[in-house]
Design a protein around this ligand. Structure first.
Ligand code: SF4
Length: 564
């Protein structure tokens, strides 16, 4: 093995996808063939294939129905849905039912996603009433491909004020001309007028920070990458959003795909990159096909490739599909995944701006972060920074799900309160708790709704905004069950590379299971154990997964009094 043999190694993941797409699983023979083509040792390729949840190295039926049993879906009755589907399908149905983590369809909970081998484009996304038809459509060989209704943001009052979502639902996502008619490519022209240093200055002055959860200043990251003498430089867009409860990047990519193409092109121009990778969740087939179409159209029309808009800048985008691994949302794990290795995080330093993808200077940004660059350039940094608060500038997308009337992606300026957001989403009665930031985030109480939705406001209140997840729970869902589900999720998704996380996530789940099964004095002991394990995970884990795996449980104990 070793990285010296990697000339074609980065084609391993696309190769595994190709086999899995065609047959539905990866046989030993197919894997051997791929290994010979790419000169990858079979044992290593096997290690990669088995790393990802969407691949199977054992035979299985051509149609796989992924049923989400994560937080929002569990709260909406996912277990009953699963049992109903299995009973309805019966043996020999040709459909394999797979329970799994968040599909990023939380606004339609309980959600399921059917993927049929041989025709991966023909997928169906289903809410409960439609699941049966969706399964049948996906498994019937001759049925017409049926695209489910486009997923859009929640229509909001004052649509005029929208910045990030203004084109979603208003523009034809397949048409470059329509994108241009809606203001597309004015930001790139502005970028060319400003020059790379001017673009970085605008982005810095705007106060934009990363929207994926880490909130790192984007301008500083771009500057650090641009100034590296080592070449080539890369741009990587992280579209692997898999934090349970997050689906905003999907809505952006499905509804306004050219915006991301344009934004990546601007980032590349600013940092001197000629190649970009868009790493997209494997569970997002529709976003993938729309982004692929947008990239192809942009290339055909001279907006990607050599000499873009006659300005002498060359840049192209390659789309890479993830295959079901939460940890690949961690930037260095994502690089390993693209390079054809197991998606395990690397230790930092070195940081990606110095040694990122293929060991080269890399700027890595989340979809929402990049899309913010367009209004920054068209309206100017000062006008952009006037939105929101002094320390959290700009508009923010919130993924609202759970016990609300209008689940979906809501756009508000930073500084709106949690109560205002829930009000606009139509919060139901008997609110018991709100989970902010997803499984890696924390719970707040119904009497904390005046919490300002800003980085500084949530930090001061001892919680987090994370990637913008806002999940409302009423008293119909037993809290211990939710906590157990969160623990299960982290135990499943831990890559196992470091001990505190590998062992800690198992211990945490065991303790929560014991507590869920009995109560009283016995719980106190387990709560103490949870705190000890949680501290170890937070302090000694290599990456954010282990470091945050105890956050939500801790907040449930301390803020909600979960086991009192
Ligand atoms: Fe892997 Fe967990 Fe360690 Fe991250 S913290 S590297 S997920 S074992």
């Amino acid at each position: 093995g070793g990285r010296e043999a990697r000339d074609r190694r980065d084609l391993l993941l696309p190769g595994l996808h190709a086999i899995n797409d065609r047959v539905g699983w990866i046989s030993e023979g197919a894997l051997d063939y791929l290994c010979r083509r790419l000169t990858v040792p079979p044992a290593e390729a096997y290690g990669v294939a088995t790393f990802y949840a969407m691949f199977s190295v054992r035979p299985r039926p051509a149609t796989v129905l992924h049923v989400c049993t994560d937080l929002a879906c569990t709260a909406a009755g996912a277990q009953d849905l699963c049992a109903g589907i299995e009973a309805g399908l019966g043996p020999g149905s040709g459909v394999h039912v797979e329970r799994g983590p968040c599909l990023g369809l939380c606004e339609r909970a309980p959600a399921a996603l059917a993927i049929r081998a041989g025709d991966p484009v023909r997928t169906a996304v289903a809410a409960p009433a439609a699941v049966r038809e969706a399964v049948l459509a996906a498994s019937a060989p001759d049925s017409a491909p049926e695209e489910p209704p486009a997923e859009t943001a929640v229509p909001q009052a004052g649509q005029d004020g929208l910045v990030l979502l203004r084109r979603v639902g208003a523009v034809d996502p397949s048409s470059l001309d329509d994108y241009r008619a809606h203001g597309g490519y004015t930001a790139l022209r502005e970028a060319f007028a400003l020059g790379p240093a001017g673009v970085i200055r605008e982005v810095t002055d705007s106060g934009l920070v990363g929207r994926g959860g880490a909130a790192f200043p984007t301008g500083r990251k771009w500057q650090a990458t641009a100034s590296q003498p080592d070449r080539p430089h890369y741009v990587v867009c992280n579209a692997d959003e898999s934090e349970p409860g997050t689906f905003k990047d999907r809505v952006l990519m499905e509804g306004d795909p050219y915006a991301l193409v344009e934004a990546m092109t601007i980032a590349a121009y600013a940092v001197g990159a000629h190649r970009g990778y868009l790493y997209l969740r494997g569970e997002y087939p529709r976003a993938t096909s729309r982004m692929q179409h947008a990239v192809d159209q942009a290339r055909a029309r001279g907006l990607l490739g050599d000499d873009i808009l006659g300005q002498g800048h060359s840049f192209d985008i390659e789309i890479r599909r993830g295959a079901g691994a939460y940890v690949c949302g961690e930037e260095t794990a994502l690089f390993n995944s693209i390079e054809g290795y197991r998606g395990e995080p690397r230790s930092k330093p070195p940081f990606p701006v110095e040694k990122g993808l293929f060991g080269k200077p890399t700027v890595e940004n989340n979809v929402e972060t990049l899309v913010n660059v367009l209004p920054i350039l068209t309206m100017g940094a000062a006008a952009y920074a006037a939105i929101g608060t002094a320390r959290s500038t700009g508009p923010k997308l919130f993924c609202v799900s759970g016990a609300v009337e209008r689940p979906g992606v809501h756009e508000l300026p930073f500084g709106a309160t949690l109560g205002e957001l829930l009000e606009s989403a139509g919060v139901r009665d008997r609110l018991r708790a709100v989970l902010l930031g997803g499984a890696a985030g924390g719970f707040v109480r119904p009497d904390e709704l005046d919490l300002p939705l800003t980085f500084e406001g949530t930090r001061e209140a001892g919680t987090t905004l994370g990637s913008g997840v806002v999940m409302a729970f009423d008293d119909t869902v037993p809290l211990p069950r939710l906590l157990l589900r969160i623990a299960e999720f982290f135990r499943d998704e831990s890559c196992g590379q470091c001990v505190p996380c590998r062992v800690g996530t198992v211990r945490q789940e065991e303790a929560l299971r014991r507590i869920a099964e009995r109560t009283g004095a016995a719980a106190a002991e387990d709560v103490a154990l949870l705190r000890e394990v949680g501290r170890a995970m937070r302090d000694a884990s290599i990456c954010g997964l282990g470091q945050t795996a105890w956050n939500a449980v801790e907040s449930a104990i301390d803020r909600l009094g979960a086991y009192e």
